[in-house]
Write a protein that binds this ligand. Sequence first.
Ligand code: SF4
Length: 483
Amino acid sequence: MQIVLWDTRQLDVSKDFAGGYGVGQYASGGGFRGQVVRWFYKRDHRPPAMTFAYLTSIFRQLGHEVQYSEDQVPANGDVYVFCPSLITLNLELAAIREVVRQRPAAPILVVGILATTLPEAFADLPVRLIQGEPEQLLWKLDEVLNQKPGPIPVGSIKNLDDLPFPDWDLFEPKKLRIGYDFSQFPTGLIQQSRGCTFTCNYCPYIIIENKTRFRSPESVTDEMRRGMHDYGFRSFKFRDPLFGLDRKRVLRLAELIGNLPRKVQFSIESRIDLLRPETLDLLKSVGLTSITVGIETPDETTLKHYKRAPINDDKQRVFVETCRRLGIRTVAGFMIGFPEDTAQSIKAVLRYAKSVNPTFANFNIVTPYPGTEFFDQAREDIADFDYTKYNVYTPVMRYQHLTHDDVREWHARCYQKYYFRWDWLKENAHLLWPSTRWLGFGRPSVATSKEIEAQAATAPATSQISLPIVQNSSSSCGESRAA
Ligand code: SF4
């Protein structure tokens, strides 16, 4: 069979983020600073959703031809597969209608989280909604094709090591690039685990399951070896929502990564309290360049209200400072625009972000994802149910003390005030442009944890200066999930 994977990159979508709901990119607001931001963003070529690479591998293993199509509906497909995100949903619905018109007999499969959490969006279409992990099609494709259109529960993979490695062949692998994490390209996506055991009630990663499944470190590094050989990958972004949960595995993985034929760069996403300084040190020695974390807000009451286990303030500063000293970039997610937010509470988030001073700060506007506990809890406070606006940069809640324009303005202000600062440049430039060390940027690469703690105890004063910056839209366990 000829199987068509239909995709789009419109609206700057990154479909893998926010638990598969996808996020957009901050449009930057114009002006010189906006142009600089846009220029940095445009240099990236983000990989498509990992699901497509897995499905390519699976369908080929089953003996089918696979075709990847961006924004076009090829007329020769026997089966069409869609993996919609929230913000591109209208594009996907239009393409599905086009398939129905052109190829009325061809089965249409919808995979990804929307198939489970938003079946009503496809109610008038003859599509098979694959509810569960799409990779189950390795075992269930025939069964699914023999069923009538409608929801089809397929469950999840018991042993992740049973999956074939993702096949990136159709996705121009040599072009793939994620500049905020790496200086070497092309970049591949990889996972060593799926799921999370924490309970942040706004997080889409725990909608389908609230547990973690792991791959063996051996299988993960075999995949890295294959990615280096077949696609020339020089960097790997781990897409686990919670890297580091099992420390023994991390240590073994680090050992195996250290034995790869060439040194690669890799980045991870984690909670700050899962990574000890000695683990960071070890991971750095085998190629770790960047960690995405969630800080969200310094307000503990807010964190507890949304069931996020708070992390001690000093630990967050020490963590970022430790990474800086080791030469690891930090990408921290912050959330603004809770229904109860005020100008003061948003200012407090910005102030705190500046004092922690990660390499990248992603200010995400609180977004209630369907299927999360937060969505039900905040239903009365949701002002806009047009999910195509749920890109984490658009206000969609009803605010008690602020208008949508206020939140939009504060959001833009957070980005500008955060990056265009002397202290940001002084403490982070060497991580992005190592040669700036010679100009006096950055600090010595070795410090005792006592020194770091002593410095972190006093929040650095901030001063304003206009400087060009880089920003990206996606964080992780600090990810753009509610934000
Ligand atoms: S935000 Fe992070 S820690 Fe919280 S549930 Fe989601 S993945 Fe887990």
